[in-house]
Design a binder for this molecule. Structure first.
Ligand SMILES: NC(=O)C1=CN([C@@H]2O[C@H](COP(=O)(O)OP(=O)(O)OC[C@H]3O[C@@H](n4cnc5c(N)ncnc54)[C@H](OP(=O)(O)O)[C@@H]3O)[C@@H](O)[C@H]2O)C=CC1
Ligand SMILES: CC(C)=CCC[C@@H](C)[C@H]1CC[C@H]2C3=C(CC[C@]12C)[C@@]1(C)CCC(=O)[C@@H](C)[C@@H]1CC3
Length: 340
């Protein structure tokens, strides 16, 4: 186990970040280490171990005394998630923060017609802030027979958190689950009867809306046991996830326009550092003080000042409970299938 030192977990805050080898997850790790250089036991949970090693080395270059371990986990694979959770249970007695950040948006397509229509409508600001109605994706099916976006962004994380319940639930000490959701999460893209989004063309939006609902259900279930869940939106950030949408020369050309757009909508955070603002902000908050119905947005002003703002989500308790029940059924189904 790279960098693992038994006994260390007793004194330090234990933080695990999924999708930590690039983009917003990696930026968050850097920010956490700058805030608490010595007092953190940081675990980077990554699918690609080569990229994880590179990320660990980069973090150690800027924070040489940091304690950073690696964990192999593919959130889209049931067996990988179960194995990773087993490993975490062996390594730690308690988890203080679990950042559920890994995510994909495969084969994104910009609907150019809808985009230009939006440009000349009153929806222009919200179109740039949320990408609503102008992006579609083509999903795949995993070897477990699940829709890949659902499995990666939502279900793998749900299973992981459930498997880590003994480390997250303590009456004398609180723990936080923090989901990297999105302002692209829309009720209209989500259907309880098709929670994996097998039929639609917006699996990304659907998975993020599901994470908003799930976070609420987790709070209902687990707050009494000291576990709190919240969701954030990092804003629009230039990362591997968004680079795929347009050819790279177009992004370069558009950059000055994006800086200008930021004057009108502070949601154009653009850099992973800025995008990690809300994730970082929640690290410093008392979880009891957070609103389970709010999404915490990373925002960057025209002058480059970062701040976090909560906004009420379009979710309700009844729907969150129904989703939770469906996820439990799927959980027992996949565990049976994997003889677990
Ligand atoms: N960029 C943006 O504008 C926005 C991003 N977000 C969300 O932020 C989160 C981070 O994305 P971002 O930093 O932008 O993009 P990146 O592509 O840079 O980061 C995504 C991370 O998720 C990991 N990942 C992807 N699939 C899996 C998997 N099956 N198992 C484990 N890890 C996986 C990637 O690892 P690997 O190296 O193995 O691919 C990578 O570390 C995502 O949840 C995304 O939806 C939300 C709103 C806006
Ligand atoms: C062709 C021109 C001039 C501009 C194209 C801009 C869009 C590609 C861009 C505008 C708003 C962006 C956006 C996202 C993707 C890229 C845009 C649609 C997201 C949907 C990316 C993922 C998220 O989770 C959202 C928060 C982003 C919202 C804004």
């Amino acid at each position: 186990v790279v960098g693992f030192q038994p006994g260390l977990t007793k004194m330090k805050l234990v933080v695990l970040v999924t999708g930590a080898n690039s983009g917003i997850g990696l930026a968050l790790c850097g920010r956490l280490l700058s805030e608490v250089p010595e007092g953190l036991q940081l675990c980077l949970a990554c699918r690609n171990m080569h990229r994880a090693e590179v990320a660990r080395s980069a973090l150690l270059t800027s924070h040489p005394t940091a304690h950073i371990t690696l964990l192999q986990m593919d959130t889209s694979s049931i067996s990988s998630v179960i194995k990773a959770a087993q490993e975490v249970r062996l390594r730690y007695e308690h988890l203080d923060y679990l950042y559920l950040n890994a995510g994909i948006m495969p084969n994104p397509q910009l609907d150019v017609k809808a985009f230009f229509k939006g440009l000349f409508s009153s929806r222009i600001i919200s179109m740039f802030a949320t990408g609503e109605g102008i992006l579609t994706q083509q999903d795949n099916v995993t070897s477990d027979g699940l829709q890949e976006v659902f499995a990666t962004n939502l279900f793998g994380h749900f299973l992981f958190a459930r498997e880590l319940e003994p480390l997250l639930c303590h009456t004398h000490r609180s723990s936080q689950l923090i989901w990297t959701s999105s302002s692209n999460a829309h009720r209209s893209a989500f259907d309880l009867e098709d929670m994996q989004h097998r039929r639609g063309t917006q699996p990304y939006s659907s998975s993020k809306y599901a994470s908003d609902l799930l976070s609420l259900a987790l709070n209902t279930r687990y707050n009494k046991q000291g576990l709190y869940s919240s969701v954030i939106c990092p804003g629009f950030v230039m990362t591997n996830l968004t680079y795929n949408i347009l050819p790279s020369f177009l992004w370069t050309l558009l950059m000055p326009i994006f800086w200008l757009i930021r004057v009108f909508t502070h949601t154009f955070t653009l850099t992973p550092y800025n995008g990690a603002e809300a994730l970082f902000c929640l690290f410093k908050q008392k979880p009891e003080s957070l609103d389970p119905y709010a999404k915490y947005h990373s925002l960057t002003s025209g002058l480059g000042k970062n701040y976090t703002e909560p906004k009420k989500m379009d979710i309700d308790l009844e729907m969150s409970e129904l989703l939770y029940k469906k996820l439990l059924i799927l959980e027992s189904h996949v565990k049976k299938k994997n003889s677990l």
